[in-house]
Design a binder for this molecule. Sequence first.
Ligand code: SF4
Ligand code: SF4
Length: 277
Amino acid sequence: MKVVIGSGKGGTGKTLLSTSLALTLEYVRYLDLDVEEPNAHIFIKPDIRERIPFSIPVPEIDFNRCTYCGECAKACEFGAIFVGSNTVNVFEKLCHGCASCKLACPENAISERPYVIGEISIGKRDKIEYIMGYLKLTEALSTPLIRHIKKEYGMVSGDIIMDAPPGTSCPFVQSISDTDFVILITEPTPFGLSDLEISVEIVRDMKLKAGIVINRADLGSKEVKEKISGLGLPVLLEIPFSREIAVGYSKGIPLVDVLPEYREKIKKLWERIREMV
Ligand code: SF4
Ligand code: SF4
């Protein structure tokens, strides 16, 4: 079963829940897809055994062949190539490595070279296989790295837990695509609700099964909680607003170690998801 934990808003408890899920279930593969700021390793504490650079293919121009016709720039949807009267500039940080420019070039003047945008770490803790994506500072395109991790490490049999990036843009959509279930974690505040509504809409558009977990559940107003319940997705679990959890989190202690009774609650949550899938 492939289950991804996402949230519209950052800081709502994605990693708090996903790491405790992994530590409770044990025989799982954990993919940290929050590649701009991966932090699940702080809680899972895997033994990292391998680090693999990740690159995308960016165009390289052969100026002996180039006629500055501009076809490559026209083909690029991302504004990653500029063609002047006697120059061609490639902006690697905008390039998606899609090869459209190469296909469009009538002079066969474009080849590809690897451009490193991040790294993949592979590790283990007991029965948990841990894979983490890390996007280099100054790089902006996380989607190719997320897509690659899911393709290379997310196609095995068994249970896979994925920690999605926050927000509701392309990296989130890429993370939740082709999964069996999406857990949307939120907090019962107007801001949390607003982002949750967008996430629910995306999940529905993509026809994915999903449920909600409310973190800091006793924080918000009754009205907001009623609106969350009214979104039409089951509320699978509520986690209280607790100083103990917050202090534990700040020290890298997982929820299930701070409040061991959550192991049972999380096992039930997983069984419920299995039934729904
Ligand atoms: S399409 Fe090819 S020939 Fe035309 S400007 Fe681009 S690299 Fe040069
Ligand atoms: S590989 Fe794709 S994104 Fe990159 S410059 Fe070429 S057309 Fe643009």
